[in-house]
Design a binder for this molecule. Structure first.
Ligand code: NDP
Length: 312
């Protein structure tokens, strides 16, 4: 008799890659268990219009895309559970996943835990999170109607946030530490052309002002070429400076690179047989919804093959 308390597959993460893995393993009758962490739905659930996911010629809202995927996975028997991984024992099978109150045992594991917003890590910034400092324009933009705000970063996230925030703010200053932009040409041009957005390049944020007042009053900027300091009065500061992989719980058990991304070979294989990684937690290069979904599919197909090869 197979031990039914041991799952065939646990999928850690409910973003684009995890849900795609759930759809595929669900359709293979593996009854996947998807663990939703503290950012259910992943990055797409806090984004706005996704214009580059094939099949949606007019674009689709990120949260709608995620909800559709979740419904689709549920249709094929995927189960969902909230949980925060405390530790994992991947040294023997079945793998043991410790979620504090509960330990879940599984024959295979798909790590699709994604990446979370990066912060500047200034003490003043940290103490004002939720008091005018935010990493989520779609969550908090509404609070800044008619106010002047700033966005930090030079990639697509920063451009997207800046453009989105023009719906609320009277003015958005885009602060970037150099004058080279990683943002795609189309996003950069849109932001530059917007009448409410002003660019300030070659600036470093020294301090967020307003700690004593418990609300953001401005930012102190240092010109990186002249070292000159200036204060920019703003009511809100939005971080759009990229993300960090959520893989810390696996340090020492599977190989991570110098920035903490899971090292994979042949797309989704980790060094531990039966443990696969997909999506942004292992992809520092492409980081797109469609590539995350693609690698989630690959992980699911490898799970099926692994279970079959092991006779499970
Ligand atoms: P990126 O890594 O592309 O850009 C991060 C930006 O933040 C860079 O300009 C970087 O500056 C800056 N930065 C990083 N750390 C700091 C710091 N400590 N202080 C100041 N500035 C800092 O990340 P994104 O999140 O913008 O994009 C990630 C991926 O997601 C990309 O592939 C992007 O195309 C994609 N994406 C696509 C969207 C869309 O198509 N709608 C929307 C959002 C993202 P520097 O260049 O100097 O290192």
């Amino acid at each position: 008799m197979p031990d039914t308390s041991i799952r065939n597959v646990v999928i850690l993460g409910s973003g684009c890659s995890g849900l795609t893995a759930a759809i595929y393993t669900g359709r293979s009758n593996l009854r996947p268990l998807v663990i939703e962490g503290h950012e259910p739905g992943g990055q797409l659930s806090i984004t706005t219009l996704v214009e580059n996911f094939p099949g949606w010629p007019e674009g689709i809202q990120g949260p709608d895309l995620i909800e559709n995927m979740k419904t689709q996975a549920g249709r094929f028997g995927a189960e969902f559970q909230m949980g925060h991984l405390v530790s994992a024992d991947l040294s023997q099978r079945p793998f043991a996943l410790n979620f504090g109150k509960e330990t879940i045992y599984t024959h295979t594991l798909v790590i699709a835990s994604g990446a979370s917003a990066r912060w500047l890590n200034l003490p003043s910034e940290q103490s004002l999170i939720g008091h005018g400092v935010s990493s989520c324009a779609t969550c908090d933009g509404f609070f800044f109607s008619g106010r002047e705000i700033a966005v930090v970063g030079g990639g697509d996230s920063a451009m997207e946030e800046a453009l989105f925030l023009t719906r609320f703010a009277s003015k958005v200053t885009l602060l970037h530490r150099s004058d080279n932009f990683r943002a795609s040409a189309i996003m950069l041009e849109r932001a530059k052309a917007h009448e409410k957005i002003e660019f300030r390049t070659n600036v470093a944020i020294e301090e967020v002002l307003g700690v004593e007042e418990r609300e953001v009053k401005g930012v102190r900027l240092r010109d990186r070429r002249t070292d000159e300091l200036t204060d920019l009065p703003i009511a809100g500061l939005f971080l759009g400076i990229g993300h960090e992989p959520n893989a810390k719980a696996f340090a020492g058990q599977i190989e991570l690179d110098e920035d903490g991304y899971i090292k994979t070979h042949d797309n989704v294989f980790t060094r531990v047989p039966g443990v696969f990684a997909c999506g942004d937690v292992q992809d520092r290069r492409y980081r797109q919804a469609i590539t995350a979904a693609g690698s989630g599919c690959m992980a699911a197909l490898e799970v099926e093959k692994f279970l079959e090869d092991e006779g499970l």
